[in-house]
Design a protein around this ligand. Structure first.
Ligand code: 13P
Length: 251
């Protein structure tokens, strides 16, 4: 019913040449490997056009890592959803914890970005996740719930176009993965919150990905959980072999 998805988030890594080479390798390997999930690579803005020329859309889909909350105009250095779309990209990561933490992105802005992405035909991969303090003081369910609820001004039809990614901040780039049980519990909680607002059918059809130190060694266990529909992969997405290892966890 809902899709299994493995998405890479390259973050601020690779030069253009390196990125094109990596995309080429990933496309070739995904094509020759049996897999039971959709594959997306989200790359720096500067790489979108060149990577798009390198990959086959029915093999690997392309996404950006952010977009502006504004339509167009005098916003020096910003990149609009329409610009992202015009490169051939189909997806965009929004609300990543690094954007929230280092660039102060707030719920209101993220709702505006989500609306921009949807208005331009991009599928948002919307990230939520608690910091270590929230995990330790027990407020993590409430914190993540509030991040999801920031999108509840969207119509049901629009909400159904989203992919959600649960990324506990304490697990990102730290080598400290959430246990499969912790991921499952939070994914089930997110699905329940969505069901209460938009109904069970919408909740059951929303793909919820896990992100945070996901690797070939732990992907199979994480993906075996009923509410974990795949992964949003940072470090392990920067090598074709480890990214493929995660994709193969669905086999
Ligand atoms: P790591 O896989 O490097 O922990 O990063 C996860 C992430 O932030 C993906 O968006």
């Amino acid at each position: 019913m809902r899709k299994n998805i493995v998405a890479g988030n390259w973050k601020m890594n690779t030069t253009l040449d390196e990125g094109v080479e990596l995309a080429n390798e990933i496309n070739a390997k995904v094509k020759e490997t049996a897999h039971n999930c959709d594959v997306i690579i989200c790359v720096p803005f500067t790489h979108l056009t060149s990577v798009n020329a390198m990959i086959e859309p029915d093999v690997v889909a392309l996404g950006a890592e952010n977009c502006s909350e504004h339509d167009k105009g005098a916003y020096t250095g910003e990149v609009s959803a329409a610009m992202v779309k015009s490169t051939g990209a189909t997806h965009v990561i929004l609300g990543h914890s690094e954007r929230r933490q280092y660039f102060g992105e707030n719920n209101e802005q993220l709702l505006a970005k989500t609306r921009q992405a949807l208005a331009n035909g991009l599928t948002p991969i919307f990230c939520v996740g608690e910091v270590l303090e929230d995990r330790e003081n027990g407020s993590y369910n409430d914190v993540v719930q509030a991040q999801v609820e920031a999108l509840f001004q969207l119509s049901k039809e629009d909400f159904e176009k989203l992919i959600i990614a649960y990324e506990p901040v304490w697990a990102i780039g730290t080598g400290k993965t959430a246990t499969a049980e912790q991921a499952q519990d939070m994914h089930a909680h997110i699905r329940k919150v969505i069901a209460e607002k938009y109904g069970k059918e919408t909740a059951d059809s929303t793909s919820i990905l896990y992100g945070g130190s996901c690797k070939p060694e732990n992907a199979r266990e994480l993906f075996s959980k009923p509410d974990v529909d795949g992964g949003l992969i940072g470090g392990a997405a920067l090598k074709a072999d480890s990214f493929l290892g995660i994709i193969e966890a669905f086999n």
